[in-house]
Design a protein around this ligand. Structure first.
Ligand code: AMP
Ligand code: GLY
Length: 441
C-alpha cells in the first residue's frame, strides 16, 4: 500500500483515508428496488456480504436507511432508476416488487448493459397473468386446480352458477393482492364478477374461475437461473388479521420456517413435479427465469397443487427465510443476473418466526404518524415495512409497519423468543398476532 500511495504522490497524512478509498474501489455497489420488509431483509442479507461496499435502496424506508442509502425514486420509474444506476456505476440491481418487473425494469437495465436480478417482463407474466400461469401449468402437466377463463360477464356467471360453491374467482392481472375472491354465495360471486368484468374496478381483463381446493398452504421459494433451481427453506405465511386465523385477509401478519406438516416425500414431489418442471417449461417457452420463483402451494387430500406462482420473493416469507442464508447473497444474485452457475447455497439448520406489527384498523383504513419507541431494546431482527422518520423519530406510515424475527434451534423456542421481544416495542397504534407458527405446535 505504501508503494501505491507514493506512486500516486499521496502524503502520509491522507494515508488512512486513501486506503479506505482504494479498498472501496473493489467493493460492489448494489441497488435494491422496493420499500418493504422484504427489501429490508434483502438489504440486511447484502450487508452481511464482504463483497458489498455500498447499498442503495429505491425508495427504501426508515429502517432500511440504517443499512443503506435511500434514493427517492419510485420503484416503477424505470427510466429514472436506470439513469441512477448508470450514473452511480451500480454493479448489481436486485428487484423486490412485482410492479417493477411488470414495468419492464429487467429488460431496460439489461439493454443498457446493467446487471440485474429479476425476471423479464414477459417471464414475470407467470405472476402478473393468472391465465398465462394456468395455461402453462395445463400445457406442462403441473398439478393445479381445474379452471376456465372468461372475459364475458354473462358466460362467466352462467358457468359459476352451474358449479358447486365456494367459487374461486381470480382477476387476470396484478390487483395488489385483491384480485382473488372466494365467494361463499351466488350473490357474492355475482358481485365479484360484476366488479371484475363489468365495472372495470381493476381494468379491462378476464377472470379465471377455479376449482376450490382445501388443505394447508405453504411457500416454496427457489432461486432460478434457466433450468437450474436452488431451493430456499419452506415457509408459511399467515394471511388473516387476527389470532386463530380469524378476521379479514391481509398482506401477511407473520411467517415461519420448518414446516412440520411437509414430509421429505412432499418436498421431493413439490420440487420434482412442480418447481423444476415450471422452470423448465418457462425455458421451453423462450422465457427463462432469472430471479425468484415463488410457488404458493397447497397440500390437498389429492396431492400438492399450485395455488399461484409469484415471480419474486414473498413478503413476509423473505424476512424469515433470508436470515437462514449462510452463503454470500451477492454471489447468488450476481451469478443469476449474469447467467452463471452456482455451486451450492448453504442454509442454517434452525427455525425462524416473524411477527408483523400492523396499524390498528389494517387491512381497512388506519391512521399514520404514531411514534414507535423501544426498538433498541429488542434482541431480534427488526425489518421495517411501513415506517418513516418525523422529527428524528420513527413513526408508522403503512398498514404493516414492521416485522420482528427470532431464530432458534426449534420453532417452540423461536416462538417463545419472539413473543418476549415484540412487547418491547412501544407504540399506541399497533397490533399483532400472538399465534404465528401455531399450526406447527
Ligand atoms: P392467490 O392470489 O392466487 O394466491 O390467492 C389468494 C388466496 O386465495 C390463496 O392464498 C388461497 O388461500 C386462496 N385461494 C386461491 N385459489 C384457491 C383455490 N383454488 N382453492 C382454495 N383457495 C384458493
Ligand atoms: N406472502 C404472500 C406474497 O408475498 O404474495
Amino acid at each position: 500500500m505504501e508503494t501505491i500511495l507514493s506512486l500516486h504522490g499521496i502524503n502520509q497524512f491522507d494515508k488512512e483515508k486513501t486506503t479506505i478509498n482504494i479498498t472501496d474501489l473493489y467493493m460492489k455497489k448494489v441497488l435494491v428496488i422496493g420499500s418493504g420488509g422484504r427489501e429490508h431483509a434483502i438489504v440486511d442479507a447484502l450487508s452481511r456480504s464482504p463483497k458489498v461496499g455500498k447499498i442503495f435502496c429505491a425508495p427504501g424506508n426508515a429502517g432500511i436507511a440504517e443499512q443503506a442509502q435511500n434514493v427517492a425514486i419510485k420503484e416503477t420509474d424505470v427510466v429514472a432508476l436506470k439513469s441512477f444506476a448508470l450514473e452511480n456505476a451500480i454493479d448489481l440491481t436486485v428487484v423486490g416488487p412485482e410492479v417493477a418487473l411488470a414495468a419492464g425494469i429487467v429488460d431496460e437495465f439489461r439493454a443498457a448493459g446493467l446487471s440485474i436480478f429479476g425476471h423479464t417482463k414477459q417471464a414475470a407474466q407467470i405472476e402478473s397473468s393468472k391465465e398465462f400461469a394456468k395455461k402453462l401449468m395445463q400445457k406442462y402437466d403441473i398439478p393445479t386446480a381445474r379452471y376456465k377463463s372468461f372475459s364475458n360477464y354473462e358466460e362467466a356467471k352462467a358457468y359459476v352458477f352451474s358449479q358447486p360453491l365456494p367459487a374461486v374467482l381470480k382477476y387476470d392481472g396484478l390487483a395488489a393482492g385483491k384480485g382473488v375472491v372466494i365467494a361463499e354465495t351466488l350473490e357474492q360471486a355475482d358481485e365479484a364478477l360484476r366488479d371484475m368484468l363489468l365495472d372495470d374496478c381493476f381494468g379491462q381483463g378476464c377472470v379465471v374461475v377455479e376449482e376450490f381446493l382445501e388443505g394447508p398452504e405453504f411457500s416454496f421459494l427457489c432461486f432460478v437461473c434457466g433450468e437450474s433451481l436452488y431451493p430456499m427453506p419452506l415457509s408459511q405465511d399467515h394471511k388473516r388479521a387476527y389470532d386463530g386465523d380469524k378476521g379479514p385477509n391481509t398482506g401477511g401478519m407473520g411467517a415461519y420456517t420448518c414446516l412440520p406438516f411437509i414430509t421429505e416425500e412432499d418436498w421431493t414431489y413439490a420440487f420434482d413435479k412442480i418447481m423444476k418442471p415450471t422452470a423448465k417449461a418457462m425455458q421451453s417457452e423462450g422465457l427463462p427465469l432469472t430471479g425468484v420463483l415463488y410457488g404458493g402451494l397447497m397440500k390437498t387430500a389429492n396431492g400438492i397443487k399450485v395455488i399461484e406462482f409469484n415471480a419474486r420473493f414473498g413478503d413476509p416469507e423473505t424476512e424469515v427465510v433470508l436470515p437462514l442464508l449462510q452463503s454470500d447473497i451477492y454471489d447468488v444474485f450476481y451469478s443469476i443476473a449474469e447467467n452463471k452457475s452456482i455451486e451450492n447455497i448453504e442454509w442454517e439448520d434452525a427455525a425462524t418466526i416473524g411477527v408483523v406489527l400492523a396499524s390498528k384498523g389494517y387491512p381497512g383504513s388506519y391512521d399514520k404518524g404514531f411514534e414507535i419507541a423501544g426498538l433498541e431494546n429488542v434482541d431480534a431482527k427488526i425489518y421495517h415495512m411501513g415506517t418513516s422518520i418525523k422529527d428524528d423519530s420513527i413513526v408508522t406510515s403503512g398498514g404493516r409497519v414492521m416485522i420482528v424475527v427470532s431464530k432458534a434451534p426449534t420453532l417452540l423456542e423461536a416462538h417463545a423468543k419472539v413473543m418476549k421481544e415484540v412487547p418491547k416495542i412501544k407504540c399506541d397504534n399497533l397490533f399483532y398476532r400472538s399465534d404465528i407458527g401455531h399450526k406447527a405446535f
